[in-house]
Design a protein around this ligand. Structure first.
Ligand code: XMP
Length: 321
């Protein structure tokens, strides 16, 4: 089914909110819905819409999949507590790492994460809670890229021909599917979310797994997590669309303490973009890049090489996996 876009110019945020709250309430009826909050603008917006529509009949979970950024689970739960929205923190790290074990192909990794989220974790939550609906923050760009065969976004189900009711036991509701990111930000702001949420740089659903080339293990995620924290600290001043660190699979010869160190490579990317469909690398000052390289090689164990991506999207994509 074709999706009609609501452009930023067309969007009347207050009216949109009113309409979606009414729609969610009418679809769910007297039942319960669940949703997963990652703290990104899409899932935060859906959480607020669902909370307005359903109150405590919306069960919001932060799924700790072990591949989020430093301190993220606690930060997001605390932020929504302050907004009066209860969030349950669910530790599913073991399940995700077990599913990712031994997988190196990018699409297979995404598929493992999708299955673990939607079949294993949500399937179980639905059975345990009696919720029949999953509120989901899919946006138009996610659908286009997946259907266009560019990259399988982890959260695309119906558009891939998956019957969630039959396969997983719940119906998916996607209130944001007609919007692109700038329109979602406008809705988020109108919902009273703080600026750190409505202006938050995007972060991929498969989280740091989208930035680990090769096998995703707890140890390799920890390396990219540390590098990501440094890159975000050093580049937040730019206001760039996204800044990230990628862990490469290949090792390269380096030297440490006068000895050969066959070590790890981190690639830094920093993007200027409006809507993630196309993007250009930010022209960063050289001393900033040098400082990042210095910090990563001294603070992240095993890294001997740091590079900066200068390729546009396309042909690159924003994430590496
Ligand atoms: P790519 O890497 O495809 O990313 O150029 C485009 C934008 O989408 C984010 N991204 C994702 N978002 N699920 C999401 O919700 C995903 O599976 C996913 N993969 C990439 C990425 O961070 C960028 O902003």
């Amino acid at each position: 089914m074709a999706i009609t876009e609501i452009t930023l110019q067309e969007l009347d945020a207050a009216k949109f909110i009113e309409q979606k709250v009414r729609e969610i309430a009418s679809i769910v009826g007297n039942g319960k819905a669940i949703n997963a909050l990652s703290g990104g603008v899409d899932s935060s917006t859906v959480t607020m819409l669902g909370h307005k529509a359903l109150g405590d009949r919306l069960l919001t979970y932060f799924i700790d999949n072990g591949i989020m950024r430093e301190g993220e689970p606690q930060r997001v739960v605390a932020l929504f507590e302050r907004l009066g929205v209860p969030v349950r923190l669910l530790d599913a790290q073991q399940e995700f790492f077990a599913a990712l074990k031994g997988i190196t192909d990018p699409e297979e990794k995404r598929e493992a994460i999708t299955q673990t989220f939607y079949r294993t974790v949500f399937g179980r939550l639905v059975r345990e809670s009696g919720a029949k609906f999953l509120l989901h923050g899919t946006i138009l760009t996610d659908v286009e890229e997946t259907v266009g065969g560019i990259k399988r976004q982890h959260n695309i189900l119906a558009q891939m021909g998956i019957n969630t009711e039959k396969e997983f036991g719940y119906t998916v509701i996607e209130p944001l599917v007609q919007l692109r990111k700038p329109a979602v930000r406008k809705v988020a702001q109108a919902l009273g979310l703080p600026e750190e949420v409505y202006n938050r740089p995007p972060f991929p659903g498969p989280a740091l797994a989208a930035r680990v080339i090769g096998e995703v293990t707890p140890e390799r995620v920890e390396i990219v997590r540390k590098a990501t924290a440094i890159v975000e600290q050093e580049l937040s001043y730019t206001g760039a669309f996204q800044a990230l660190a990628i862990l490469h699979e290949d090792r390269v010869t380096g030297m440490r303490d006068g000895k050969r160190d066959y070590g790890l490579q981190i690639e830094v990317r920093c993007w200027d973009s409006k809507d993630a469909r196309t993007a250009a690398p930010t022209r960063l000052p050289y001393d900033i890049l040098e400082n990042i390289a210095e910090r990563i090689t001294s603070e992240v164990p095993g890294v001997v090489s740091v590079t900066y991506n200068v390729t546009r999207k396309p042909p690159s994509t924003i994430e590496a996996v």
